[in-house]
Design a protein around this ligand. Structure first.
Ligand SMILES: [Zn+2]
Length: 431
């Protein structure tokens, strides 16, 4: 990229010749040989004031802060819609962990006995710093280890970090509660009330749960929906993170959300079981998911590590949910990091591009830049009317939080995306 009249410490007024993805441009945006024309992005007081097709290079005599991207790829800032900051970065201090979800849970329980507020805060802060460097402006973390009548130690830490990081990253927290704890309606209401109290102190708290064939309780799910509705909380659930074609979670949830008229946003992570069901059955469920307005989040790295995992055996089934079929039905789908360097997933770096880089070949997601990069950039897809996003989605009026990929190209994307220039509120971040 070529600085013209440019002083790095001042706000950018025009970003010239940016290659934006097709999904971020209006339908009638001019094209040349099937490619959208490059864009000039005008920025005023840190906000995007105009996006127009690039016509000609501005005269250098114009006394404006202009940065010429020379056709480099540009995305809005990233959202990491599903992470676990409470458990993160613990793997290096553990011994060997056996394969699969249940072994991971066991290893986590053992490590958790030694957690302190300081330990959680140190690890979660490291994670947030990594996310910030990657160009993330929104991150959602689940928080595990709920017990009857007791909040997990990490919940308070995440609440505090949500507050202290507010100007840099919007950190949201989801109470990841075992479904069994919702079995009793009063307990369910108490849990929801505790989460609501946290939301009232620092916005960005929602109710969640782990819904799996091993703990399947339709009544508990009913109570969970009722409690969330009563306390006006959005939901973010781990659903059918398994290869059991008979898993009931998503199917029942999509039906009950419609029948109860649940008014909040419902986000479902994983839904791997869809990939194992007979096709007509899985598509019928997706039709209901679309009608219910549910958002799906796919987590390729953790699915690759945990699904079909056995010692000394190469996994055959990879567990990605039906992202293409979901998109065809207009279901909002996001892609996210999930576990990072904990017993559930050894790798990860709080760079959602890393999950995307595995998700693209795993799901054959082409064209990756022009179409599928949208899965990284839509924080509004996890928010509802009852927790309206305190920001404007990408476009005119949005804060100029952008990422320029200085070495990548549209056909090879997401390869060569490590080289980035992060722009926050129209100012180039130091690299
Ligand atoms: Zn998760």
């Amino acid at each position: 990229m070529k600085p013209m009249q440019f002083d790095q410490t001042l706000a950018i007024e025009v970003l010239q010749r940016a290659r934006l993805p097709k999904w971020a441009l209006p339908q009638d945006w001019p094209q040349h040989v099937g490619q959208p024309l490059l864009a000039d992005i005008h920025i005023d007081k840190g906000q995007i004031s105009r996006i127009s097709p690039h016509i000609e290079t501005l005269e250098s005599s114009h006394r404006i802060q202009s940065l010429d991207l020379e056709g480099a790829l540009l995305l809005p800032s990233l959202v990491d819609a599903h992470t676990h900051l409470d458990k993160t970065l613990t793997l290096s201090r553990m011994g060997p962990v056996g394969p699969g979800l249940l072994n991971a849970i066991q290893a986590m329980m053992h490590d958790r006995a030694a957690w302190t507020q300081e330990d959680v805060k140190t690890r979660a802060t490291k994670a947030l710093l990594m996310a910030l460097k990657a160009g993330v402006t929104h991150i959602r973390s689940h928080c595990d280890c709920w017990e009857p009548g007791q909040m997990p130690l990490a919940w308070g830490v995440l609440e505090e970090l949500s507050q202290s990081w507010m100007d840099q990253i919007r950190l949201e927290r989801v109470a990841l509660i075992p479904l069994a704890l919702f079995k009793n309606k009063d307990d369910a209401l108490f849990l929801a009330q505790s989460v609501k109290a946290s939301q009232n102190r620092v916005p960005g708290a929602m109710l969640g749960g782990f819904i799996h064939s091993s703990n399947w309780e339709p009544e508990a799910l009913e109570n969970l929906l009722f409690a969330a509705q009563t306390h006006e909380l959005d939901l973010d659930l781990h659903v059918d993170e398994e290869l059991n074609a008979n898993a009931q979670g998503l199917k029942v949830l999509a039906t009950r959300v419609q029948q109860t008229g649940f008014s909040g946003r419902v986000v479902c992570g994983h839904t791997c079981a869809l990939s194992q069901m007979p096709e007509d059955q899985s598509l019928k469920i997706l039709d209901e998911v679309a009608k219910a307005g549910i958002t799906l989040v796919t987590l390729p790295i953790t699915n690759l590590f945990l699904q079909d995992a056995q010692t000394h055996r190469t996994p055959r089934i990879r567990g990605m949910t039906l992202v293409k079929e979901a998109r065809l039905r207009g279901i909002p789908v996001l892609i996210a990091s999930d576990n990072v360097q904990d017993p559930f997933c050894a790798m990860g770096s709080y760079d959602p591009m890393e999950a995307f880089s595995l998700g693209v070949p795993m799901g054959q997601l082409n064209p990756a830049f022009d179409e599928w990069s949208e899965l990284l950039c839509r924080p509004e897809w996890i928010h509802s009317k009852i927790s309206p996003p305190p920001y404007q989605p990408f476009g005119v009026g949005a804060q100029a939080d952008l990422i320029c990929f200085t070495q990548a190209n549209t056909t090879g994307f997401p390869s060569q995306t490590h080289a980035r220039q992060i722009i926050r509120a129209g100012i180039l971040s130091p690299t």
